[in-house]
Write a protein that binds this ligand. Structure first.
Ligand SMILES: C[S@@+](CC[C@H](N)C(=O)[O-])C[C@H]1O[C@@H](n2cnc3c(N)ncnc32)[C@H](O)[C@@H]1O
Length: 310
């Protein structure tokens, strides 16, 4: 089965997360299995790797790739079920957990998944085909203000209000069915002068819808503390993000694990009981090298942060 995804920050992530070759590791975002393969190379026969992906295609690809490797366990679930699943499997604590967020190249490239503004396809954008919410439902049923808000917040699109207004006008004639329908509406909404340079005018709105359809920020927010609880002492968590909204969530959560006292300065003794749970190993995030970005432009916006449980 073909599954072409160029792995981002491969050595930096795996070297940062694997500390014990006999340990149990979790790759929460299997995708094309680039990180997973490298983790397995670092483990001895006693090591174990649990891989999560909510996308059936990623799981099927890995079933072929890892068939016969008894160290690997594939879980077709949203990673927000991390703690419950590890508990059920009796595989806790673990020595390392990694996330390489967002979508894989095959998800973007397979036109019928509806992630791409370059190819006409039904407005879908679900990573998990069993979820009920699709991009079509959002653009055709959400209120204009809600649409404007997600396009502004998740897409950082300055024309969000106009785009939302145009979507609502258009759907009064007939529902928007395809990515092509949406691209036409966006092109009509964004003034020609603003469309002349910069990225494709639909890029930001598509990103926003994808984040909303898959509740990408919600699941990230809900999984990070779970991941810390699942770790053994000295165990590590590594997260690769691709935009500022994700990175802010990771940065803030790791900061909260440092347990800095939040008492007012005038209090003579600490009352808040803050306790350090982890130390952050990346004071500044790790970025891909220029060489990596040249080979794989998708790596340009990647940032890696790593923390270690105390
Ligand atoms: C960027 S790709 C990972 C690529 C992989 N690290 C590699 O080297 O090939 C992200 C993958 O994570 C999956 N994914 C994203 N969010 C998820 C979630 N909340 N639960 C489970 N899988 C998720 C996507 O379906 C996709 O296959």
């Amino acid at each position: 089965m073909d599954f072409q995804h160029v792995t981002v920050l491969l050595n930096e992530t795996v070297d940062g997360v694997v500390t014990d070759p006999s340990g149990i590791y979790v790759d929460c975002t299997l995708g094309g299995a680039g990180h997973s393969q490298r983790i397995l190379e670092s483990l001895n026969p006693r090591g174990r790797l649990i891989c999560f992906d909510q996308d059936e295609h990623a799981i099927r690809h890995a079933q072929e790739l890892f068939s016969g490797d008894e160290r690997v366990l594939l879980v077709k679930k949203n990673f927000e079920n991390l703690e419950k699943t590890l508990e059920e499997l009796g595989l806790q604590p673990v020595q390392g957990i990694m996330f390489d967020l967002g979508v894989s190249s095959p998800q973007l490239d397979e036109a019928e998944r509806g992630f791409s503004y370059m190819q006409d396809a039904p407005l879908d954008m679900r990573m998990d085909a069993q979820n009920s919410m699709t991009a079509k439902e959002i653009v055709n049923t959400w209120r204009e203000e809600e649409l404007a808000q997600i396009i502004w917040n998740y897409g950082e699109e300055r024309w969000a209000k106009r785009i939302a207004q145009f979507i609502v006008q258009k759907r009064q004639e007939r529902p928007l069915e395809t990515t092509g329908d949406l691209v036409s509406v966006i092109k009509a909404a964004v003034p020609a002068a603003a469309r002349r340079d910069g990225p494709h005018p639909a890029k930001r709105t598509f990103q926003a819808l994808r984040i909303a359809v898959n509740d990408e920020l919600g699941v990230l927010d809900r999984v990070l503390d779970q991941a810390l609880r699942c770790l053994d002492r000295g165990g590590r968590i590594a997260v690769i993000t691709f935009h500022s909204l994700e990175d802010r969530i990771v940065k803030e959560r790791m900061k909260s694990w440092l347990g800095r006292c939040t008492c007012p300065p005038e209090l003579p003794v600490c009352r808040c009981g803050a306790k350090a749970l982890a130390r952050v190993l990346t004071r500044k995030p790790i970025f891909p090298s220029e060489e990596e970005i040249e080979k794989n432009p998708r790596a340009r916006s990647a940032k890696l942060r790593i923390a270690e449980k105390i």
